[in-house]
Ligand binder design. Structure first.
Ligand code: GDP
Length: 222
């Protein structure tokens, strides 16, 4: 958490970014479509920021908090359900898209479903020219699990830059959170395509949401 001190110019630039990010998400956010296969992807017209994480990591809640909507992203997908990429448009006219990737790591998924998931996610990550960044969500209570390592490996191999985001920070004690944060940062530093800084969030307490909005705006390069 020890960020280097910012110069007055950097502080002003940061405040400006935060305000632009706030305004962006205070404006239009609409669900566009679900894509169960690559042929259903929308035309690559604007930058995309994707969200990945284990099932139940809090991805839908974070997307709702980020966009200031109560239920734009549907919570908790049933294991074995059709795997889809869900696209949301931000801005009027559309300036960027948020992409909700199907959750992974559910215990009882049949191998066929896992393979479908892998193919869809890998092909999207490898082939999507407008994909600027992925946000990889990790549950604060669990830290980086082997399935998250696999996801990091896929992102590294696809050469897609990603930020690691801890979710549900309200669920654990501050001392435990500090430990998980340090371990998660250490895991991120070992990865070629990961940002070394890890964002800490709680959708419940709206913690870290402004920083997340700023990261999305910055990463989309609009
Ligand atoms: P998803 O499967 O990754 O989309 O996860 P959801 O957003 O559906 O969240 C899974 C569960 O965790 C739900 O019961 C949420 O209410 C809960 N949850 C999500 N974010 C938070 C948070 O920041 N704090 C707390 N305490 N619970 C959360």
């Amino acid at each position: 958490m020890s960020e280097p001190a910012l110069s007055p110019e950097e502080q002003a630039a940061r405040a400006d970014l935060l305000e632009r990010a706030r305004l962006l998400f205070a404006g239009r956010v609409d669900f566009l479509k679900s894509a169960p296969a690559l042929k259903f992807l929308p035309d690559p017209e604007v930058p995309e920021i994707a969200f990945a994480g284990r099932s139940n990591v809090g991805k839908s809640s974070l997307l709702n908090a980020l966009t200031g909507r109560k239920s734009i992203a549907r919570t908790s997908v049933t294991p074995g359900r059709t795997q889809e990429l869900n696209f949301f448009e931000v801005g009027e006219p559309t300036r960027l898209r948020l992409v909700d990737m199907p959750g992974y790591g559910f215990a009882k998924a049949p191998p066929k479903v896992v393979e479908q998931w892998r193919r869809l996610v890998r092909d999207y990550l490898r082939g999507r020219v407008v994909l600027k960044r992925t946000l990889l969500l990790i549950d604060s209570r669990h830290g980086v699990k082997p399935v998250d390592d696999e996801m990091m490996q896929m992102l590294d191999e696809a050469g897609v830059g990603y930020r690691v985001v801890l979710t549900k920070a309200d669920k654990i004690k501050a001392t435990d959170l500090a430990q998980v944060l340090a371990a998660t940062q250490a895991a991120a530093r070992k990865r070629t395509a990961a940002y070394p800084q890890v964002l800490v969030t709680s959708s419940e307490l709206k913690l870290g949401i402004e920083d997340l909005r700023a990261a999305v705006l910055e990463d989309s390069e609009i």
